[in-house]
Design a protein around this ligand. Structure first.
Ligand SMILES: C[S@@+](CC[C@H](N)C(=O)[O-])C[C@H]1O[C@@H](n2cnc3c(N)ncnc32)[C@H](O)[C@@H]1O
Length: 313
């Protein structure tokens, strides 16, 4: 199993889903999907995968995702020496203990979509400068707490950290909690090593915040320790029951980034996550969401403050 290193407080298995098991994706026909595949993969197998990833991660896979599921999970079948999806899924569900937990994590890691980049949706980072300054003024020396709740491979939390350093100075007391359900991408995020031509970074930012690799590391860059120290990584499933208390997220946050993950959730799951986010944001705190995510209906919890930026009621 890939881990996100020291400091993590809970694994996926502690984070049982809280979604309504009755709210499941509609069933497809139980017929084979293709004859010429390496592994047998029926419509019933696809349904089972949809149910399991929905229960574990809240992800609603629509009916057109068979080919994606097949290609993403085939590697697991090969690595665990299973000859059909039916056998693999039966084994996965029967498997308990540490090896069962590890395979569930692999299953989830295979089915998440992790697309991200530095300074993605750049307008958010312009707004963030003013929001950070205002929050720092209010907090009067108390550390600012920001949660990047679907951090993927780390470009987003490091973009937040760069913005915080630029807005508030290097000695700013900014703590960024960067979490994701996918332990593999989180390990990449924690490593902080990227292609030196990664999209979204200006030459000035690259020069200031990254070390260029030499020799066998040429073509790569690593986040400087001075920037990395603002970010703490930990696995966290947005379907977790443990948002508060021990194993929870700690002190309330000033700002939450929850971008381009709720698009994978259905409306009731989105509502449940918004309620939890409301509870862990301080009053007046801000929620930044992705460009195609709209929560104007949750006006009892958040009101729209700017382009895809919501304020906690
Ligand atoms: C498309 S990426 C978005 C990354 C980044 N927020 C951005 O906008 O560039 C979605 C991320 O959400 C994570 N994710 C999916 N379901 C999740 C869940 N239930 N809890 C936490 N993270 C989840 C995935 O692992 C993936 O890294």
């Amino acid at each position: 199993m890939h881990t996100a290193g020291a400091g993590q407080t809970a694994g996926m298995t502690d984070m049982l889903p809280t979604i309504n098991p009755a709210a499941r994706p509609a069933r497809a026909q139980a017929t084979p999907l293709a004859a010429d595949q390496e592994f047998s993969f029926s419509a019933a197998d696809f349904d089972r995968v949809r149910e399991l990833i929905y229960q574990r991660a809240g992800i609603s896979l629509h009916a057109g995702k068979q080919a994606m599921v097949y290609s993403r999970l085939s590697r697991r079948l090969r690595e665990t020496s299973h000859l059909s999806f039916a056998d693999y899924l039966q084994w996965l569900q029967a498997n308990t203990g540490a090896s069962g937990d590890a395979e569930w994590q692999e299953f989830v890691n295979c089915l998440t979509t992790n697309l991200t980049s530095f300074f993605r949706e750049e307008h958010h980072f312009h707004a963030l400068v003013d929001d950070l300054k205002a929050a720092a003024g209010r907090n009067a020396g108390k550390p600012l707490r920001i949660w990047c709740s679907a951090a993927s491979t780390g470009e987003e939390p490091y973009s937040i950290a760069i913005t915080a350093v630029e807005a508030l100075g290097t000695s700013a007391q900014t703590r960024i909690v960067a979490s994701d359900i996918d332990t593999k991408v989180l390990a990449t995020a924690q490593r902080g090593v990227y292609d030196a031509h990664a999209r979204g970074l200006s030459p000035e930012r690259l020069q200031r915040h990254f070390l260029r690799g030499k020799g066998s590391n040429a073509g790569f860059m690593r986040v400087k320790p001075d920037l990395a120290r603002h970010v703490e990584f930990r696995p966290f499933n947005l379907m977790s029951r443990q948002w508060a208390g021990s194993g929870g997220l700690g002190e309330p946050f000033d700002i939450i980034f929850c971008r381009n993950v709720m698009i994978y959730f259905d409306a009731s799951t989105q509502r449940q996550v918004l309620q939890q986010m409301h509870a862990v944001l301080r009053p007046g705190g801000l929620l930044y969401v992705g460009h195609s995510e709209n929560f104007t209906e949750a006006r009892d919890l958040f009101h729209l403050r700017g382009k895809t930026i919501y304020q906690r009621v």
